[in-house]
Write a protein that binds this ligand. Structure first.
Ligand SMILES: *Cc1c(COP(=O)(O)O)cnc(C)c1O
Ligand SMILES: [Zn+2]
Length: 434
């Protein structure tokens, strides 16, 4: 196992001294903007430049084929990749909801409809324990919360995160108190509340909820609280790397050519790129070009708007879309998403709510996968990018479905009974069903 190699750049008020926490190969926190390093702790912004901190690893001890064999022999969940994550080596033995290793569905019917000839796959993360990709990120944050001695887990959420935190906290024995916009879909509210934690609706949109949480962190009332997507964000974010790892392993340790990823804060997209880069550097996949495409809903499209305008900065928007899980008007990782889309030869695109609904139905009709609105966004954007000649249909393409349609039933509320008949054959024939 790799040793901790955090440098002694410790400042007097730094949270945990280097070496005091065991988070496996995680060596330190490193600033994405200026490379300033600090020891692992519950901090998320650089003290030098306010840039975002992310995990720096020591992978130097790994032999490629030993690592591959170890992963392949691991459990059928994200912990098969524990050697590449900020978690202790014995993570799989702790109480955890063990997300991941979701299906990579070869979507031949959808491919035919969209004219994709190079192989089309849907990575279906509705199969996670709380039916969204958020279980992956929360699982990392829980380990960091244990390591730093937090007793309450919290978050600002557009819905799915609240459920993931509630479930993980219940199983791991933490108190949870989570914050959501007051007007979310009933499916998401119930799903977040059922695990018995505290669920607070805030009168405002997600960006208001997020601002409130930042205030709470600085207040004595928030002491001992681990906010999975704020003060534990560097750890939380790493969970999205597992999507990249799984996709490549499920393709037979091969990089896909194109990936279509939904954008809320942009964290998932940036960490999928980080995961792919790590696999290349570790020699687990052959290096070749890949393109990452970002997908947004028109009613909350700050990143695609900036992309299309050729801007490097993302101007905040006020969200108005049925894709509520992606409705972040001021996405923290927006500029990094722009970098990645441009560097890899991808793009960022958006679709209307009507196109989102059509795409949900298209995926359901062709592949038997019922996606939440975020999945409608990625499938809809994939279709649009093919029609516009931006996405190459002759290349291997992976589209993410990050959530379950049962949580956003309102989006397809017009869908229902074909007919209502009396319980006899005449009635069946009369209805034209014979
Ligand atoms: C949170 C979420 C995402 C992506 O979120 P990022 O903030 O961009 O990492 C995607 N899909 C669903 C369903 C989500 O809940
Ligand atoms: Zn910095």
């Amino acid at each position: 196992m790799a040793v901790q190699t955090a440098e002694s750049t410790t400042t007097p008020d730094a949270p945990a001294p280097a070496g005091a926490v065991d988070l496996g190969p995680a060596a330190a926190l490193s600033c994405r903007e200026c490379d300033h390093r600090v020891p692992l702790g519950p901090v998320f912004a650089c003290e030098e430049c306010f840039g975002p901190l992310e995990i720096a690893y020591d992978f130097s001890a790994y032999d490629t084929e030993e690592l591959r064999a170890r992963i392949e022999a691991g459990p059928a969940n994200i912990w098969r990749y524990a050697p590449l994550l900020p978690v202790p080596a014995d993570v799989a033995d702790k109480p955890n909801i063990n997300p991941g290793w979701t299906k990579l569905v070869k979507a031949d019917n959808l491919a035919r409809e969209l004219g994709v000839t190079g192989g089309l796959y849907v990575k279906d993360d509705s199969g996670n324990p709380t039916h969204s990709f958020k279980d992956r990120v929360v699982a990392q944050a829980i380990e960091a919360a244990r390591a730093f001695g937090f007793t309450t887990l919290s978050c600002s959420s557009t819905g799915n995160l609240a459920g993931a935190v509630g479930a993980a906290a219940a199983r791991a024995g933490f108190r949870s108190c989570v914050f959501i916009p007051h007007d979310l879909e009933q499916g998401k509210v119930v799903m977040a509340a059922v695990y018995g934690g505290e669920l607070v609706g805030i009168q405002g949109n997600y960006d208001d909820v997020n601002r409130f949480c930042s205030e709470l962190i600085g207040d004595p009332a928030g002491e001992g609280w681990g906010f999975v997507n704020v003060n534990l964000r560097p750890y939380y974010a790493e969970g999205s790397k597992t999507l990249a790892y799984e996709i490549c392993e499920q393709l037979g340790w091969r990089l896909p050519d194109q990936i279509v990823v939904p954008i809320a804060s942009g964290s998932q997209l940036t960490k999928i790129d980080k995961g792919l880069q790590e696999l290349i550097r570790l020699g687990l996949v052959e290096d070749k070009p890949y393109r990452i495409f970002g997908a947004q809903a028109e009613g909350c499209s700050p990143v695609s708007t900036a992309y299309k305008a050729g801007h490097d900065v993302v101007r905040p928007q006020k969200p108005d879309t049925i894709a509520k899980s992606l409705a972040i008007g001021n996405p923290a990782d927006g500029p990094y998403v722009l970098d990645i889309a441009r560097r890899t030869g991808g793009a960022v695109e958006d679709v209307s709510d009507e196109q989102v609904v059509d795409a949900i139905k298209l995926l359901a009709r062709t592949e038997g996968i019922f996606a939440e609105t975020a999945g409608g966004v990625t499938v809809g954007v994939t279709k649009k990018l093919i029609e516009n000649g931006v996405l190459d249909p002759s290349l291997t393409t992976v589209v993410l479905n990050t959530g379950d349609g049962l949580k956003t039933l309102d989006a397809v509320a017009g869908t229902g009974l074909t007919a209502t008949i009396r319980p006899n054959l005449d009635s069946f024939r009369e209805a034209g069903l014979a």
